[in-house]
Design a protein around this ligand. Structure first.
Ligand SMILES: Cc1ncc(COP(=O)(O)O)c(C=O)c1O
Length: 433
């Protein structure tokens, strides 16, 4: 029997939930019973025709808004000429044009790209490239990280125990603490940074330097929207330089202007060796890209490939998405609206005992809920209630980490819409408090 965590949804939703339960793998973890019918701009509608403001963007995918007309136009234009060119075996112009577009936006360090269909694949490519290029065995990843669910990326992922249970043995990974300032017992950010850097050095030593890469999310996503101290990525870069290790930057969730800059790592004044992108880059069509310099991406033909990478429809959508993001200055909008949301949330934090921490960059914002500000015990049930109440009031939100609410709307969101969403969120907070 379908269990409703929140208020019972409408009739049409219930009918689909029942069919879903019969045939769909139960491994998906759905937070509540929103049944998507259509999306338009910054709004989504359920099958019972209820309208919702979208503060989730399909987990940071619909950054250019739902059913973006320019992306649709590009896809439609491509459809009659073919969908699949077998880019792993033959040549085609569109994937090349897409990569050229992308390389014009990212810093100059990157000259080559490998194309795929998802975040986990763009991480697998980075992982394999790092091992191929360095001929070394281990990688370092952070506690709470999320890099995907195929075995290479899952070997690193550990934001929740359920993601790893029964899947070992894993590939050789050393996990080290991520500077989660709010939850670590340090007086200041510097001490937190130094503690984490020391753990990295110790991990490298423990395997006698046999480390191909350090994988890092510039802002942790699934782990709880955790922003590291400003200097931390730069210090990781220094360790990589000193120890001849590649710095692999997972921009799957944080990339594509979500934090204001195209790459989130650019906010921290440093650059990685390999970048993994996906989610928003296809405007809603599955697309992944792994970038590196020509010097690093020098693997031999046959060492890595796939069937669907460079898919023509995905590349057409990708080009239109990047063009739209640039033309409409979505990075600037993310910074502007993000600042407003953070300011308002910090005011809310002062008023509610439940709100332990507010953090974020651009439109990647987390609100960590706690039983009370002193004991910092995660307010897990309260978070579920707030998500449900917000949905009832017409706002789509998603969780992250143990008791954090994530705010990641389309980058096209206006100040007025942000205000409307925050009003709903505050009403729900008030009721649950
Ligand atoms: C930072 C990060 N990396 C990798 C992934 C995996 O992406 P996908 O689910 O497309 O495989 C995700 C997905 O949420 C992510 O947030």
């Amino acid at each position: 029997m379908v269990k409703f965590i929140c208020k019972k949804p409408g009739k049409k939703s219930i009918a689909i939930l029942k069919k879903d339960e019969k045939v769909v793998s139960p491994s998906y973890a759905r937070e509540y019973s929103f049944v998507f019918k259509k999306g338009k701009g910054n709004y989504v509608y359920d099958v019972d025709n209820r309208k919702y403001l979208d503060f989730a963007a399909g987990i940071a995918v619909n950054s250019v808004g739902h059913a973006n007309p320019e992306v649709i136009k590009a896809v439609k234009k491509q459809l009659p000429s073919g969908l699949h060119a077998a880019f792993g075996d033959f040549y085609a112009e569109l994937p090349v044009v897409f990569i050229e577009h992308l390389l014009k936006i990212v810093p100059r360090n990157f000259q080559k790209a490998f194309l795929s269909n998802s975040g986990t694949e763009s991480i697998e490519a980075a992982y394999k490239l790092a091992r191929w290029h360095t001929k070394k065995k281990y990688v370092i990843a952070f506690n709470n990280c999320f890099h995907g669910r195929t075995m290479g990326s899952l070997s690193m992922t550990n934001s929740k125990p359920v993601q790893r249970e029964r899947f070992s043995p894993f590939l050789p990974v050393k996990h080290v603490p991520y500077p989660y300032v709010y939850r670590m017992p340090f007086k200041n950010e510097n001490d937190c940074t130094n503690f984490c850097l020391d753990k990295i050095e110790k991990a490298i030593k423990s395997v006698k330097g046999d480390v191909a890469a350090i994988f890092m999310e510039p802002i942790q996503g699934e782990g709880g929207y955790i922003v590291p101290p400003k200097d931390f990525p730069k210090e990781v870069r220094k360790i990589c330089n000193k120890r001849n290790i590649l710095f692999c930057d997972d921009e799957v969730q944080a990339g594509c202007y979500r934090t204001g800059k195209f790459l989130a790592i650019e906010n921290f004044n440093t650059l990685p060796d390999i970048v993994s992108l996906s989610k928003a880059i296809g405007g809603g069509i599955p697309l992944g890209a792994t970038l590196a310099s020509s010097k690093i991406m020098n693997w031999t033909p046959g060492s890595h490939s796939n069937t669907f990478g460079g898919n023509l429809v995905a590349c057409a959508a990708g080009i239109a998405t990047l063009d739209y993001m640039k033309k409409h200055n979505l990075g600037k909008n993310a910074t502007k609206v993000g600042k407003y949301i953070l300011k308002r949330l910090n005011e809310i934090k002062e008023e509610y005992e439940l709100v332990g921490d507010v953090r974020g960059l651009g439109l990647m914002i987390g609100i960590e809920l706690v039983k009370n500000k002193k004991n910092k015990i995660p307010a897990v049930k309260e978070r579920s209630s707030i998500l449900c109440k917000s949905q009832e009031k017409g706002l789509i939100l998603l969780p992250a980490g143990i008791s954090t609410i994530r705010i990641c709307p389309p980058l096209t969101i206006t100040l007025k819409e942000a205000e409307q969403g925050l009003n709903i969120l505050e009403d729900s907070l008030k009721e649950v408090s």
